[in-house]
Design a protein around this ligand. Sequence first.
Ligand code: PGA
Length: 249
Amino acid sequence: MARRKIIAGNWKMNMTPSQAVALCDTLKDLVATDEADVVYCVPAIDIVPVVEAVKGTNVEVGAENLYFEDKGAYTGEISAEMLVDAGVKYVIIGHSERRDYFKECDCLLNKKVKQAFKAGLIPILCCGESLEQREMGVTMDWIRLQIKSDLTGVTADQVKEMVIAYEPIWAIGTGKTATTGQAQEVCKGIRDCIAEIYDTDTAEAVRIQYGGSVNAGNAAELFAQPDIDGGLVGGASLKADFGKIVNYK
Ligand code: PGA
């Protein structure tokens, strides 16, 4: 069965609650489609107003992070249960900005992935290499390590439901997109890795996105690749262009 495309915006630390609602209104008709899943991953404070603003549309809401404990004395953190109760369906886990700036390691990310599944959230698990790693020729070794560590103890049925986002760090927010060939090669490598850990059914089911300077001009070619099932879009998700990315065909 063909995998359904999933195109997600990653708003990062942008948009106040009122700006978020205005953006949802601007994008509403532009992102309408029956052909792909459309998700806005938004800052925690924007979740409640955005869930309200996208009611009755094809857009689902995602969070950008969660904490792995159920509840308790973790000042400043947000639980999976809180996200679910607010109407969130997806959650980004392990974005390179979280890995780099907030020192989130694979062992923590593995706990977050499991916690997301426990609560019924769909993880969008990010992985990707630095420019240095690419130049050293260890891209796939590095990504396989990330995938294997982050998915430790996760079942095949869970993996079938989840999303993996391949985001080369050197392509994020730089305007420097991976070539279609590079993006496809790594996305296929991730699928092969899933087949090795689990089985071919699981590998065929899991959706793998490309992320890193996706824009209205390059989306169609990237998303046409056999192992690229959509995109995780940063900068371009905050403008009307996101409608063109969603309706890339
Ligand atoms: P970008 O960000 O599209 O602005 O490069 C992608 C991401 O970080 O998810």
